[in-house]
Design a protein around this ligand. Structure first.
Ligand SMILES: [Zn+2]
Length: 386
């Protein structure tokens, strides 16, 4: 085998498009890595999990590899420029190990991401995205993640402190295209954000606690949206059932958050027909909770009375915890930087500070999201002759 064929063989794994290896790899900034004494290895902190790299390659080749990946050279150019005492196989293995552990990103568009104002908030977020690119590898640069925030269309059905805090965090996180639909009729959000500029891509409307009005506005805004979020306070189950139906009909993703007065519920995240929906959750919940009948009666009362005058008390601190969970999950869903955490799951955050995460599975033949009825083959034709 000639030297050229040898190098081509070593390079072949890097050229697999499914691998997503960076064209011009660059060491991710803001990671903390250092060689520990006495051969204990290279400690890396700051990515999704802290880890230690050990072994011959880490001691002999990795120091060169981490300096060599400067964002200006392709993998082939890097291997050709390696020191004489490092073999091509070892150099390739060290660079591949660094990539596999999430230490490398593509240099393209990183330095000055187009259309992203580089203020202090954006700079810090870019560094954070960079450290987490290796989690899913859906994005090759941190600028790509950041640009998704302003490029996605959100619909937020909001009420009270939870709704206000969620809207506030989303806007501060650089989401610029949000339709804020105030669920309650007390105008709390309208008063809170009276100084906010609701022109351009920030819009605000009132739903006046009306299911008919909600259905009407959802049919207007949902078709063009990327994600619907609810951040409500003591909202009736009927509202979530309506949202679930509309989102399934328009095949739009939605994330539920609701403060029920005793705890804030985060989840489920519903990706229509791919994850369990809200109806699946209710079917499971009614089999599992101790007071299913009492809950049903409360929901009837909640739907039939205005309700806004009850369970009004709340704190900014508790609401901000829920808003943080909702905003972080929205970013996981929309940027794919991490996998969603509340797909088929509901997190309860009690007023006392306890966290309780419950998972539920898709209910067989859920009346809302079961797709079996679309099969056009008659059951009578499915006879098998042996
Ligand atoms: Zn379902």
């Amino acid at each position: 085998m000639t030297k050229r064929e040898d190098l081509r063989q070593i390079l072949s794994p890097f050229l697999d498009r499914n691998l997503g290896f960076p064209l011009r790899p660059k060491l991710i900034p803001d990671l903390c890595s250092f060689s520990m004494p006495d051969g204990l290895g290279l400690q890396v902190r700051g990515s999704e999990k802290n880890f230690v790299l050990r072994g011959r390659l880490v001691e002999t080749v990795m120091p060169w590899a981490l300096l060599a990946v400067d964002g200006h050279s392709t993998i082939e150019e890097l291997l050709r420029r390696r020191p004489a005492d490092i073999s091509a196989e070892d150099a390739a293995q060290a660079i591949f190990l660094a990539f596999r552990r999430g230490l490398l990103q593509d240099s393209e568009n990183y330095e000055e991401p187009a259309q992203i104002p580089a203020d202090a908030t954006v700079k810090r977020q870019l560094l954070f995205w960079g450290r987490n690119l290796g989690s899913t590898r859906f994005n090759s640069t941190s600028g790509q993640v950041q640009s998704k925030l302003s490029g996605k269309k959100l619909v937020l059905i909001a009420d009270g402190f939870l709704g206000a805090a969620t809207f506030d965090i989303l806007v501060r996180s650089c989401y610029t295209d949000i339709v804020l639909l105030e669920w309650a009729s007390d105008q709390f959000l309208a008063d809170t954000f009276s100084n906010t500029d609701f022109s351009n891509n920030l819009k605000m409307e009132s739903l006046g606690r009306s299911l008919d009005q909600t259905a009407k506005r959802l049919r207007h805004w949902l078709p063009a949206s990327d994600l619907l979020i609810t951040a409500t306070r003591n909202a009736p189950q009927l509202l979530f059932e309506l949202i679930n139906r509309e989102c399934l009909a328009y095949q739009r993703k939605w994330l539920r958050g609701n403060d029920n007065g005793s705890s804030i519920e985060i989840g489920p995240y519903v990706d229509p027909f791919y994850s369990p929906c809200f109806a699946c959750m209710i079917a499971r919940q009614s089999c599992a909770i101790d007071q299913a009948i009492e809950e049903e009666l409360y929901q009837v009362r909640l739907a039939e009375t205005p309700g806004a005058e009850q369970l009004v008390g709340e704190t900014i601190a508790c609401a901000s915890i829920g808003a943080g969970f909702l905003s972080a999950e929205a970013t996981r869903i929309l940027t794919e930087i991490h996998l969603p955490a509340f797909d088929g799951a509901v997190l309860s955050i009690t007023n006392g500070g306890a966290l309780d995460l419950n998972h539920f599975k898709r209910v067989p033949r859920c009346p809302e999201c079961y797709k079996g009825g679309r099969c056009s083959i008659s059951e009578q034709t499915l006879h098998v002759t042996i």
